[in-house]
Design a protein around this ligand. Structure first.
Ligand SMILES: Nc1nc2c(c(=O)[nH]1)N[C@H]1C(S)=C(S)[C@@H](COP(=O)(O)OP(=O)(O)OC[C@H]3O[C@@H](n4cnc5c(=O)[nH]c(N)nc54)[C@H](O)[C@@H]3O)O[C@H]1N2
Ligand SMILES: Nc1nc2c(c(=O)[nH]1)N[C@H]1C(S)=C(S)[C@@H](COP(=O)(O)OP(=O)(O)OC[C@H]3O[C@@H](n4cnc5c(=O)[nH]c(N)nc54)[C@H](O)[C@@H]3O)O[C@H]1N2
Ligand SMILES: [Mo]
Length: 764
């Protein structure tokens, strides 16, 4: 094997930045043009048009872009997808192919020197591939040999708990159900998933306080809300179709409040993609009140709001709190209110970076409106006190009785298009006993009860040479996880790393002793099994389960579907399988029957999933019923503001997404809405901070993170003066993941704290 280093991080080369004015509005003609460009250049025009016609249509496939729901009834062409959804499907439908010849031509080491952009653009993987011990190049392998190797390596582990079975959030319900069933029958709950790095903090906070780890609102609630608060989220880029819902809120007289360290363009102004007449205008104003909070200042801000609400209620009883709701439905109000007294506004205010006047304005909006929806995403979930962030939001809603009724409630906006469904299907390292009981009953085996590894624990177990086999059902583990070099060592310690993937990514290059790539069908492709053409089902961010059927011919005749791959692995692992894996996949209705038999809410699954628009899963919070919590009521909680203190020359760094990436998939090198073209290695800084550091625009700097006396370095970023609070900085992941310490994670949920990295900035 060549002794050149395999790179776990993208190269440091700069790509030639061009700065443009920050646009005043999101969507509009530029977005449509950008969408069509991406689609046609990846797929060609006629395939492109066929693709666009099928995204999110009732008989089409679910857009793999995000988990934002589709309207229950009406679907319009050019409307139910967005610029970034179009980019997501173009990535999958690309004409480019990664064939056995490609792998013979390019060694693993060579590919590891490429940018993530170049790796991704290489195209769809066409054949199952193996990297044998000591070899520099992947070679073609038969499906059966690949399955046999996995079976063999799993069976020689000291314990089933030394296997790790990761899932990313695109996997369908059918594939996810089979996968977790296989893993549990094998004997472990080691089912870490992308959720551990994403909305785990929301799930932890919401289960404890409201008795369900999912949000409570439906799309229609946005038509009825008086006030929508969007906190820690950038929907203009990451959930563009949500802007339509926000616009509907405004059309019906509601207001929008935005809480974010950055004035994200999509949230400020917006042009309706469904109304071409408006494309050339300056757009509608979306945000009515913008609070430019400091990174991780949210608990402090919410505490000030809650204290101001309490003050007003004390002065004018019955004007702020919903006493009837509090009395009937909640638990712990006294302790919660008493605890608020432990903090003074004066000590909280500096953490927010805001003026008290703006916070008072926000408080008035909250006091004067009863139907409030709160939407959030990664800006709240990826901090040490992330669970506190979300529990504090729940406190606010409970005081107002603003949940379990029309136009009000919780809206954690999910990322991956089926990340919520995967959890419902049992992709979870901490399954409930009732779930395991049902599996045992239906499939007659003893399910493991010991909780498994989450993402961070899985990396540590591989690093400690305890866990030895890693299987990834989708995703890009090395690039999505924190502490890149540490995680790379962890993966290299494995005897076997396996990736079920559509496209080439860096995780194929940072491998164990042996490695497999198992190429699978994508969402947009036809899936034909013994009984004919199949469809799969997914659950969106609001608990609607619906079908998704691909229409394109598969990228290669050698691809298998994800359910077929799980069945192949299972058949090769168990010497006397008690489940007929291969017959379950002949017709996915059979898998859905098994789901119906084991998971509540899926009665008549096969009938209901065929109905237009699918069906809603039960949701106790939506029904204003909180009996599943430990107290049987909705729980008030007491929460901690940030305890991070920065030294003079230190900055808080948040690692965020550009407008041209899907997590670790880099669509392009622009971040148009932030005025950046053709460069990813940038760091956004407050102009005053730049001055005091002696930095000028486009100076080249190194970022050094500091955690418990340890330093981590990412070299070569260009400084961009930007509207961001003092001592706050931002840059993009995956480049910055090397700076996120493996031990820096949220209390309770263990989500990597990738939005609160303490750094210093040095000229390079
Ligand atoms: N096009 C596209 N769509 C996507 C994705 C993608 O990469 N590309 N990813 C998908 C996935 S998996 C997910 S989880 C979602 C992610 O969707 P988002 O959560 O919107 O994604 P991020 O880029 O992480 O942006 C976080 C936002 O939170 C703000 N923020 C950061 N720290 C704080 C804080 O301390 N307080 C507050 N109030 N705000 C803060 C940032 O300024 C930024 O606007 O999007 C999904 N959709
Ligand atoms: N620093 C920092 N790190 C972060 C975040 C952050 O904000 N900051 N965000 C975190 C979040 S929210 C998330 S969700 C994770 C994302 O973590 P992952 O889900 O692991 O990463 P993705 O980049 O979405 O995975 C992309 C890969 O999935 C494969 N793929 C695409 N479609 C399919 C399919 O249909 N089937 C299969 N089998 N494979 C497919 C392709 O090979 C592609 O390369 O990253 C996390 N990491
Ligand atoms: Mo995510």
């Amino acid at each position: 094997m060549s002794d050149k280093k395999i790179h776990a991080q993208p190269p440091e080369d700069l790509t030639g930045i061009k700065l443009i004015d920050i646009p005043k509005k999101a969507v509009g003609t530029k977005a449509i043009k950008s969408a069509l460009n991406h689609v046609f250049s990846e797929t060609g025009v006629s395939k492109g048009i066929s693709l666009l016609q099928n995204i999110n249509q009732i008989n089409g496939f679910d857009c793999p872009g995000c988990a934002w729901p589709d309207p229950d009834e009406k679907r319009a062409f050019l409307a139910e997808y967005c610029e970034n959804g179009a980019k997501a499907v173009a990535e999958e439908a690309t004409k480019n192919r990664v064939s056995p010849l490609f792998f013979a031509t390019h060694s693993v080491q060579e590919m590891s020197e490429w940018s993530d952009f170049k790796i991704g653009k290489s195209g769809r993987i066409t054949h199952p591939m193996i990297l044998r011990e000591g070899s520099d190049n992947y070679e073609e392998v038969s499906w059966q040999d690949a399955f046999n190797l996995i079976g063999k390596e799993l069976n020689i582990l000291n314990s089933p708990n030394d296997g790790i079975f990761y899932t990313s959030g695109r996997t369908s319900n059918e594939a996810a159900f089979l996968y977790q069933l296989f893993v549990r029958q094998f004997g472990t709950n080691n089912l870490p998933d992308c959720s551990n790095m994403c909305h785990e903090s929301s799930g932890s906070a919401l289960s404890e306080t409201l008795g369900i780890g999912k949000g409570s609102v439906t799309l229609d609630d946005f038509n009825h809300a008086d006030l929508v608060i969007v906190i820690g989220q950038n929907p203009g880029t990451n959930h563009p179709r949500m802007l339509t819902a926000l616009k509907d809120t405004k059309k019906n007289g509601g207001k929008i409040m935005t809480i974010n360290p950055l004035p994200e363009v999509g949230l400020m102004n917006y042009v309706d993609p469904q109304n071409p007449l408006k494309w050339l205008g300056s757009g509608d104003k979306l945000t009515d009140l913008f609070l430019q909070v400091k990174i991780n200042g949210d608990v402090a801000l919410l505490k000030i709001i809650l204290k101001l609400m309490k003050e007003k209620e004390d002065e004018q009883p019955n004007t702020v709190f919903n006493h009837q709701f509090i009395k009937e439905k909640t638990h712990g109000i006294d302790q919660f209110l008493n605890e608020l007294d432990n903090y003074t506004i004066d000590e909280l205010l500096p953490q927010t970076g805001l003026t008290i006047e703006s916070i008072k304005e926000a408080t008035e909006l909250i006091i004067n409106n009863d139907k409030i929806i709160i939407c959030w995403a990664m800006g709240l979930t990826q901090h040490k006190n992330a669970v506190d962030n979300i529990r504090e939001l729940v406190n606010l809603l409970l005081l107002k009785g603003s949940i379990g009724k029309k136009g009000a409630g919780t809206c954690p906006v999910r990322g991956h298009s089926n990340v919520q469904g995967d959890r419902t299907m049992g992709i979870w390292e901490k399954p409930k006993d009732s779930f395991l009981d049902n599996l045992e009953k239906e499939f007659s085996f003893n399910a493991p009860r010991k909780h498994g590894y989450d993402v961070v624990a899985a990396i540590e177990a591989m690093h400690n040479k305890k866990a030895k086999v890693f299987i990834g059902m989708g995703g890009n583990f090395i690039s999505a996880t924190p502490d890149t070099e540490y995680t790379a060592e962890a993966l290299r310690n494995c005897d076997l790393t396996v990736h079920v993937s559509t496209k080439l990514n860096r995780s194929h290059l940072v491998h164990g002793k042996q490695a497999l790539i198992l190429p699978c069908l994508g969402r947009s492709e036809k899936d034909i099994q013994e009984s004919g053409e199949q469809f799969v089902s997914v659950e969106n961010s609001m608990g609607v389960v619906h079908k998704s059927s691909g229409h394109l011919s598969p990228a290669s005749t050698k691809l298998l579907s994800e359910p077929a791959i799980v069945a192949g692995i299972a058949e090769a692992t168990f010497t006397n399988p008690t489940i007929k894996w291969n017959s379950l996949i002949t017709n996915y209705d059979l898998i859905r029957n098994k789901i119906e038999a084991t998971i509540p809410g899926f009665d008549n699954y096969n009938q209901r999933v065929r109905k237009k628009g699918g069906f809603y899963l039960p949701n106790n919070a939506r029904e204003n019923n909180y009996s599943p919590t430990l107290t049987g009521k909705a729980n008030f909680t007491t929460n901690l503001p940030s305890d991070i203190s920065l030294e003079n020359n230190q900055y808080m760094l948040m690692t965020i997404r550009t407008h041209d990436q899907y997590n670790t998939t880099i669509y392009g090198l622009n971040d148009r809405y932030r005025g950046i073209l053709n460069e990813r290695r940038v760091v956004f800084m407050n102009p005053d901070d730049m001055k005091s550091q002696g930095l000028a625009k486009l100076d080249r700097v190194n970022l050094i993170s500091h955690f418990q006396g340890e330093k981590r370095i990412a070299n070569g970023f260009l400084v961009i003066p930007y509207s961001i609070p003092k001592q706050c900085t931002a840059t993009y992941f995956p480049e910055a993941n090397v700076l996120v310490p493996i031990q820096s994670k949220a209390r309770i949920s263990h989500t990597p704290a990738s939005k609160t990295v303490i750094i210093t900035v040095e000229k390079s």
